[in-house]
Every structure is written in C-alpha cells, then in structure tokens.
Design a binder for this molecule. Structure first.
Ligand code: BYC
Length: 497
C-alpha cells in the first residue's frame, strides 16, 4: 500500500480521496516493538511510508538532543505504551531518555464508526482524506502537531531546578509523551498527505518556541516556562486546552485522526494530574505556612504567597484562553459542518448535531460596554469549547480552595474574567480587569502589577528554584505528594544521574 498522493474517485465527483491508510497488520491491540519505529499501524506493510518515517526519525532525535531536556541523566523511571487495550497498556522501567521508544499508536476500533455531526452525519468515517477537506485537515493536524514539540522546548531547562526527583520524573514523562504526540501527528502527515505532509513534518522540527524567524504557530507556545510554578500552571491550564482540542479532534470524520487523538488523550490524563496536583501541593504548603506564620508575606519562609500564585494563575489562564481562537469563527463553523472537528462530548449533546438553524450568544464590547450578540451557533463553536474548558478549570480551583479552607484561611483562588488580558477574540485590544470591569488602558496598566506576575515575583520565585535531587527530598515551597508513581514509594530514586 502506498503513501504517495494518489487521486482516486470514491464514486462521487466532488469527493476526491487522497492518500491511503496502511492496513493494520495483526491485532491492533498489540504494538510491534521489534521494529525501529514501534507501531500498531502495520508500518512494515508499507515500505515507502516506513522509509519516509525512518528518515524523519534521526531528525527527530537530533531535535530532541538539541532542544529536549537539557539536564544530563543516566535513566528515568518512565512509562511506555505497550498495548492499546484498556488494561495494562503501559510498561514501566528505568530508561535512558534518548532511548525512549517513541512510536505510533492508534486506538482500537471494533467496527466502522459513523460520523456524528455536520453535513456527513451518519456516513461511515473516512479511512482516507477527502480531497475537498485536505488543506483544512492538514492545517488542523499541523497546528496540533506544532504545540507538542513547542512545549518540550519551553520546558527544556526546568530539569536544572526540579523540586524533587519525583517531580523531575514527571516533567520528563510529560516531555517524552509530548514528543510521542508529535510522532502521532507526523505519522498522519506522512501517511495521508504525500509530499506536502512530509514538508510540514520537516517544518514541525524547524519552527521553535520563541524563535524570532520561525516561531511556533500559537501564542502561548512562544512564552517562556521559566520556573516550576509556571510549569505546573502550564500543565494545568495549557495542557488542559490540549485535552479539549484533542477531544474535539477525536470526534473527527477522518478516522485515523480520531483514533490517534483517542490514544493521545489517554496519555494526556497524566499531564492533567501533574498540573492539578502540582498546583495543589504548592497551595498546601502556602496555606500551611500562611496559617502558621500569621502573615501573607511568606517569601522569607521559602514559600510562595497566595497573591503571587493568583497572578501566575491569571496569566496562564488568559494565555490558554487565547488558544481557543475567536469566539466567533467561520473556520470553526466550516470544520464542524465538514465533519472535521466536533464538539466536546459530541455524542452526549441533545441536539441535531447539525446546528444549521441554531443560534448562540457571544460576548462583544460595543460603545465601551461589555454585552452579548446573537450569532449562528455554528460560528460560536470555539466559545462552546472554551465554556466547557472554563468549567473544567473551575473544578481544580475548588480542590485547591478546599485546602485553603482546611488550613483555616479566608483567602480563595479565583479564575479571572475571560476577558482579562486577552490577545485573541472579542476582548483583544480591550482592558478588562480580573473582576470583569471594562477599564481604560491607563488604569488597567496601573493595576496590572496586582494582577499579573511582576518582575519581583519572578525574581523571588526564581530564587526558590533550587534543585532537590536526594531521593525523598522536596523543596520548601511545595508539599510532598501523598503517593509515589506506579505504587513506588515517594522516596524512590525516579531519576538517576
Ligand atoms: N495564536 O477563526 P479563528 C496542546 C489564528 S494545545 C496565534 O479565531 P480558529 C498542548 C488561526 O489559526 C491544543 N494564532 O480560530 C498543550 C487563524 O489563522 P488562519 C492544540 C491564532 O481557526 C500543552 C486565525 O487566527 N491544538 O495540544 O477557529 C502541551 C483566525 O482564527 C491563535 C489545537 O489548537 C493563537 N492563539 O481556531 C502540549 C487544535 N488563535 O487559519 C500540547 C487544532 C487563532 O486564518 N487547531 N489563531 O491562518 C484548531 O482547532 C484551531 O486552529 C484553533 C484556532 C482552535 C487553534
């Protein structure tokens, strides 16, 4: 079977099919680890595709060595996907990181799936790329793929200042899996998009986070992740955007994309865990030190004041909201109608899954007033996803606030208004306070140091970022976790040097 672009009709004149899916070879629940590129997509049956990916592999490894984790290590206790079925899908071992087996894994499908939304609703999901949607699908896959190596680049130097071996290991687990998620998108580009797919796969290694000439595509992936407070906020808020975007791509009518995203979501759950528990452990320490010291200025105690945590939270939440695109988007409407990108939990939505006559309200700022405007629901789908995401973000805050309450403190963490500090969409260019008040630029800027991390916050957080690499040792600014990884003790030497 060939990965070459081959145009062939499928019986209808306007539905040109381009690219061919490699047929699974053997049970897809088993991943073949005897091959250079572990996979469950029958790569060995498609020599051309296999050769193309094997020639991309050394370039990926060059990129990993140049822009992946900078801290030299001997090995790391990592999980690696070994099967696709629900039980026992991962194996755990000490692995030298550059020998991690990055591979290509798609979720199992017992029977052909039906497209659940848009104008192709009810049709069998496509095993190949419909010609008329080729560029849109490629664009979605490239945007998704671009974020994965970007996050590894952003987190490259964090290993030098990890608060414990446990946390260092979690960082590296996230990093290798983001690398694997890049593989997932590169596989789709190589297998289904011919020459321009291969070109895009090259570009994914050429753009770099914050590179002046070739930056990453989406804004939040060009920001620096300078310290572990930012890292935990990133894994809480920005990885969570990843969860929601992958959830919509999992609904896609293009079955290989759907199956790829389904498996990525399984790995993603650990990234959510790292963010939720990471911030929680910081909040627990902050709460304990604030309560025992009787002051909110707990920097001298080697802990992070709640006000600074709130400012970091405000920043990462607002940057992450920008990743949803504009509240009103004809791109989003086109993706949905074409069956390329669905809604979060599309199957659970109690409507016609077409939305042709439906309307929704989106925020607008008109004559200096924040109000709402009715638009076709199809064009408001970025906002629909953003709303789901915001509700999910709120759940973590409830958990963190419960720790503040348990410590007997009156202060609480809050999500800022969705219009705060926005660079994309209806609020871009406006000056909204975290409380949702529309301000003039001067008064917003005057108050910004109360709302966003200041140079002083960053310097004080940076001063706390001292590595703790003795097994069982933890930095002063966060509580130890309650349990270790994969039932190992918290004191286990998860990383060896
Ligand atoms: N920065 O119609 P609009 C993850 C562009 S994170 C820069 O409003 P649309 C991960 C947009 O591309 C998830 N540019 O938006 C997390 C468009 O440009 P074109 C990543 C932006 O297209 C942590 C124009 O503005 N996955 O996985 O409806 C660690 C007008 O756009 C931005 C995806 O995002 C921005 N923030 O929606 C590791 C899923 N926002 O096309 C990994 C795939 C918009 O006119 N992507 N623009 O040149 C998509 O679904 C959509 O492209 C977006 C934008 C949701 C991103």
């Amino acid at each position: 079977m060939s990965s070459q672009i081959n145009s062939q009709g499928n019986g209808s004149t306007d539905r040109e099919i381009i690219g061919a899916a490699p047929a699974p070879d053997g049970p897809v629940s088993v991943i073949d680890y005897t091959e250079r590129i572990p996979n469950n997509v029958g790569l060995a049956t498609d020599r051309r595709l296999q050769r193309a990916l094997e020639s991309w592999q050394p370039r990926f490894l060059d990129w990993w060595r140049a822009l992946g984790p900078s801290l030299p290590t001997k090995d790391v206790y990592l999980r690696t996907a070994v099967a696709i079925g629900k039980d026992g899908w991962a194996s755990w071992a000490r692995v030298p990181m550059e020998r991690y087996r990055w591979g290509i894994f798609l979720s199992e499908r017992d029977e052909p799936r039906q497209i659940g939304f848009g104008q192709h609703k009810g049709e069998t999901a496509w095993l190949q790329v419909p010609g008329e949607y080729r560029s849109e699908l490629r664009r979605l896959i490239v945007v998704q793929g671009d974020t994965e190596p970007a996050s590894v680049e952003q987190q490259r130097h964090l290993g030098a200042t990890a608060p414990s071996l446990y946390d260092l290991r979690n960082l590296f687990q996230v990093n290798v899996e983001e690398g694997r998620h890049l593989w997932a998108m590169v596989y789709l580009l190589h297998a289904y998009f011919g020459r321009d797919g291969r070109d895009e796969a090259e570009q994914l290694l050429r753009r770099h986070s914050a590179d002046a000439d070739a930056p990453r595509i989406l804004g939040a992936f060009n920001e620096e992740t300078t310290d572990w407070l930012s890292f935990f906020m990133f894994t809480y808020f920005t990885d969570r955007d990843g969860k929601y975007q992958l959830g919509t791509l999992k609904e896609s009518g293009f079955d290989p994309l759907s199956r790829t995203c389904e498996f990525m979501l399984r790995e993603e759950a650990h990234h959510m865990f790292v963010g939720t528990t990471g911030v929680q452990r910081i909040v627990q320490r902050t709460a304990a030190v604030t309560a025992s010291s009787g002051t909110e200025d707990i920097w001298p105690y080697g802990a992070i004041p709640l006000a600074a945590i709130q400012r970091y939270l405000n920043l990462q939440f607002s940057l992450s909201l920008d990743l949803f695109g504009s509240e009103t988007s004809s791109n989003a409407a086109a993706y949905f109608t074409a069956g390329l990108k669905g809604r979060w939990m599309e199957g659970r939505r109690a409507d016609d899954h077409l939305l042709t006559g439906a309307t929704a309200h989106v925020p607008v700022i008109a004559d200096g007033v924040l109000t709402a405007r009715e638009v076709p629901a199809l064009t408001a789908l970025n906002l629909d996803l953003q709303d789901e995401y915001v509700a999910d973000c709120q759940r973590g805050l409830r958990r963190w606030n419960a720790d503040l309450e348990r410590a007997g403190l009156a202060q609480r963490l809050t999500l800022p208004h969705v219009g705060f500090n926005r660079g994309v969409g209806a609020f871009a260019g406006h000056f909204v306070s975290p409380g949702g008040e529309l301000l003039d630029e001067a008064s917003w800027r005057r108050q910004a140091p109360q709302w966003l991390p200041t140079a002083d916050d960053r310097a004080r957080v940076a001063a706390l970022m001292v590595p703790h690499y003795q097994p069982g040792e933890f930095a002063s600014w966060l509580a130890p976790p309650t349990t270790g990884i994969n039932d190992l003790p918290v004191e286990y030497d998860y990383v060896r040097f």
